[in-house]
Design a protein around this ligand. Structure first.
Ligand SMILES: [Fe+2]
Length: 259
């Protein structure tokens, strides 16, 4: 089974630049590349920060753009999103009984969980007691299956001080929900705007660059808080005994001179 992970579009109104780059144009090119080379994937997941400021024009652009996208796409919210504006543009995205944008996709290969870590108009993430109860129920129901989790905020420090301040709050409470299950295969997250791999208490976790701007590992190396580095999407191959993640730098791929 092949799935596609992509994250942090940070869309503005169509044609509007963000940090000198055109987020709609760049996200569109990435989606085109996925269609061209991975139209056979089972589905695509976008792990939040769909927009820069949660504005309706940006959500509408995305809804229009996805209307003829080749893959079934699961959308999630991040700290730059606005839950109500998102739900207006995507009324068919499932919500839990408390209104959080979190839901389940069950397949013959296992269960995929999409979590809502949006706290509000702040950068850090939240996974409150009501959301944790939902997750506990889903994990209980899927205890005989393999489980893959998608979430915007990482529930751990990642070694970037300015990001570690805005990770998921109460990480131990979140870890506690997962701790009684040994069937969690992988956590896919966004928020970091970099490609990184973390083994967190025995669980493999990966994140990706966004499609617009990135966070430099060393701010001094570029001199600005954000950087221009290659966007990537994840090509995730799920096999019986492993989960493989390829990081595809889709806008920066070119032939070499074979002389
Ligand atoms: Fe982001």
């Amino acid at each position: 089974m092949k799935i596609i992970h992509i994250t942090d579009f940070h869309l503005a109104a169509p044609g509007e630049k963000l940090f000198g780059l055109d987020p709609c144009q760049r996200a569109g090119r990435c989606l085109d590349d996925i269609t061209r080379w991975h139209g056979d994937a089972a589905f695509c997941v976008i792990t939040g920060d769909l927009t820069q400021q949660g504005n309706a024009q940006a959500y509408d652009w995305l809804a229009e753009r996805l209307s003829d996208f080749a893959l079934k796409t699961f959308l999630m919210v991040g700290n730059h999103d606005a839950r109500e504006a998102f739900c207006e543009a995507f009324p068919n995205t499932p919500r839990d009984k408390n209104g959080f944008v979190q839901y389940v996709h069950a397949t013959p290969e296992g269960v995929f969980l999409f979590l809502d870590t949006l706290k509000g108009p702040v950068s850090e993430g939240e996974y409150c007691v009501r959301r944790r109860a939902w997750l506990a129920d889903q994990l209980e129901a899927a205890s005989a299956e393999r489980v893959w989790i998608f979430m915007h905020h990482p529930p751990f420090d990642i070694g970037l001080p300015y990001l570690d301040r805005i990770k998921l709050e109460e990480p131990e409470a979140f870890a506690g929900v997962l701790s009684t299950h040994d069937n969690i295969q992988h956590i896919f997250f966004g928020h970091v705007h970099r490609a990184a791999y973390v083994n967190w208490r025995g669980i493999a976790c990966t994140c990706l660059p966004g499609t617009n701007h990135q966070l430099p590992l060393n701010r001094e190396s570029v001199g600005t808080p954000y950087s221009q580095e290659p966007p990537m999407y994840g090509v995730v191959l799920i096999e019986e005994d492993k989960t493989i993640v390829h990081f595809e730098a889709c806008l920066d791929r070119a032939p070499v001179d074979m002389g």
